[in-house]
Design a binder for this molecule. Structure first.
Ligand code: NAP
Ligand code: MG
Length: 505
């Protein structure tokens, strides 16, 4: 089937029955004519069909990105002009904020409050990189007399960006903004469960003036389209966020062409509450740390350690507040937890909770699927607190990716650091204490890329975000991310008065 094409001048209606993929600045259908359905997981309802990319479509997207990079104008623009386009993307997003929030809630089931925070941060990412790229520059290096050397920073090329379903728009923004700021071209592969807002963001890029081919979006299967991009000779870099097993698979495949890669993977982040913590702040922050985004966050603080002296008081308050959390209609302003992303993920969560029961743990609250009124056909799970766990239990070791926290008691600082680090992951961590010395001591010993001290929030544009150990490598959201989309080129010249003849012949 010949692809139907329509150049994107304006985004138009965001809410549609069908979304095409975006290749070379145009809306195009799959070369095979295939589509797939996308759902509102809060209701278990189909909301739209999506053009389903196959290898042929992925090839077209890579060639469009390659052409735009090798022969296009984007990377040659004065940096201020690129920055203006990034700011324009942010402006369009801001002017259509409510619609973007609505689309994000519809396709992901997350609460409107969570979606607002994430769309806002997506906008700020573009603003941040618009500023950061203007100040970004190479260096002049110290050389022996007669030699002049500078580091010239050049965009790395065509980047495949593969993103997950938990923050559909924000992950697209985290990926696209620094890449195009640096002058790269990108091919985005959104998660099959949540393709809509990434497609819309690509359209907004074109409306804002990003030239054709610089940003392309190919919704389709990770195992087919994702795999194709990762192996492709003309792709210079892969930026991936998702599960640790998929990250390992990508690293292995990317090695065949020695692609640059950054991996932002899973986590099982500790949340340590010391005996001198501000009780109210620690309870509120720990609650947010696990239940924000219905626990579907890579940096969810899903392993709680509470000092034995305050354990009873803390847990009473924590459980009481957990039971007060509102789960239901994601569009209600008072809703704290939206739905789970899919039936499959709901089953994963319940599997882990059942395994905890079998292993002898206690379900202090929650522990089962739920059916909020009007949303009975969606995928919902009670906010769940599990106590009496031991370090070897599955529920303590493995990432669950749902509203489930495990709680352990501890006695002293040294012991809790050791236990907090007893995981293959190393993404987030949180410390609750009023003792600044302790906060610093512990922060420096935790094996994780992110330490939150008395803070419920893990990141703002500007904070380096990424993991230690099997949580991956590379940092996003910060100035240095630009370097991960660039190559350092050394330019060495000789300026001495006499020609050099090192062989002396
Ligand atoms: P995943 O398999 O890692 O998927 C993430 C992205 O990678 C999706 O776009 C996916 O496409 C794509 N993908 C899958 N297999 C691929 C392959 N072989 N080559 C290239 N790309 C591939 O994650 P998931 O299956 O959605 O979720 C599974 C678990 O991952 C969750 O339970 C959770 O523990 C974890 N997770 C972590 C994060 C995080 O932020 N760190 C985010 C989401 C999930 P498709 O959507 O088409 O499969
Ligand atoms: Mg998967």
């Amino acid at each position: 089937m010949e692809m139907t094409k329509e150049a994107i001048k304006q985004v138009g209606d965001m809410k549609r029955e069908h979304y095409a993929m975006i290749i070379n600045g145009e809306r195009v259908e799959s070369s095979s004519g295939s589509t797939f359905e996308t759902f509102n997981p809060a209701k278990g309802e189909v909301i739209a069909t999506i053009a389903k990319a196959n290898e042929e479509d992925a090839e077209k997207a890579v060639q469009a990105a390659r052409q735009a990079f090798d022969h296009g104008k984007w990377r040659k623009y004065p940096v201020g002009k690129r920055a203006r386009v990034l700011n324009k993307i942010a402006q369009i997003m801001r002017s259509r904020f409510d619609e973007l929030v609505e689309m994000e809630v519809l396709n992901s089931g997350k609460s409107v409050g969570a979606a607002q925070v994430q769309i806002n941060q997506s906008i700020e990412d573009f603003e941040f990189y618009a500023g950061a790229i203007v100040g970004h520059r190479g260096e002049v290096n110290n050389m022996p007399y007669g030699f002049f050397n500078y580091t010239h920073k050049e965009p790395v090329g065509v980047c495949a960006q593969i993103i997950p379903w938990n923050y559909p728009m924000m992950m697209a923004a985290w990926k696209i903004a620094p890449a195009i700021a640096a002058g790269c071209s990108v091919v985005i592969k959104p998660a099959s469960l949540t393709p809509i807002t990434a497609i819309i963001l690509n359209e907004i890029c074109h409306e804002a003036g990003v030239p054709e081919g610089v940003v392309n979006t190919v919704p389709g299967s990770g195992a087919v389209v994702g795999d194709y991009l990762v192996k492709h000779e003309d792709v210079n870099k892969v930026a991936f966020t998702g599960s640790t097993p998929t990250g390992k698979d990508i690293m292995e495949k990317a090695s065949q062409t020695l692609k640059r890669i950054t991996l932002e993977l899973g986590g099982k982040s500790p949340n340590i509450v010391f005996e001198d913590a501000d009780m109210e702040a620690a309870v509120a922050g720990s609650l947010f740390g696990i239940f924000f985004n219905t626990g579907q966050s890579c940096e969810a603080r899903s392993r709680m350690f509470v000092h034995e002296d305050i354990y009873d008081e803390f847990m009473e308050k924590f459980i009481e507040k957990t039971q007060k959390l509102q789960t239901g209609n994601p569009f209600n302003k008072g809703t704290h937890l939206g739905s789970i992303i899919s039936q499959e993920q709901l089953e994963v969560i319940d599997f882990y909770v059942q395994s905890a029961i079998e292993d002898g743990a206690t379900i202090a609250t929650g522990g089962k699927p739920m059916y909020p009124e009007g949303f009975e056909d969606g995928y919902w799970y009670e906010p769940t607190v599990i106590t009496d766990v031991t370090p070897d239990m599955k529920v303590v070791q493995e990432e669950i990716f749902g509203p489930v926290v495990v709680v352990e008691k501890f006695k002293d600082e040294k012991e809790v650091i050791k236990r907090a680090n007893d995981t293959k992951y190393g993404l987030g961590s949180a410390i609750w204490t009023k003792d600044q010395g302790r906060a610093t001591r512990v922060a420096h010993q935790i094996q994780a890329g992110i330490v939150m001290v008395n803070s419920p929030f893990s990141a703002f544009p500007g904070t380096p975000f990424g993991g230690y150990k099997q949580s991956g490598f590379g940092r996003e959201l910060t100035v240095e991310t630009l370097d991960l989309y660039m190559e350092d080129k050394s330019v060495l010249s000789y300026y001495g008065p006499k020609p050099l003849n090192p062989f002396g012949v």
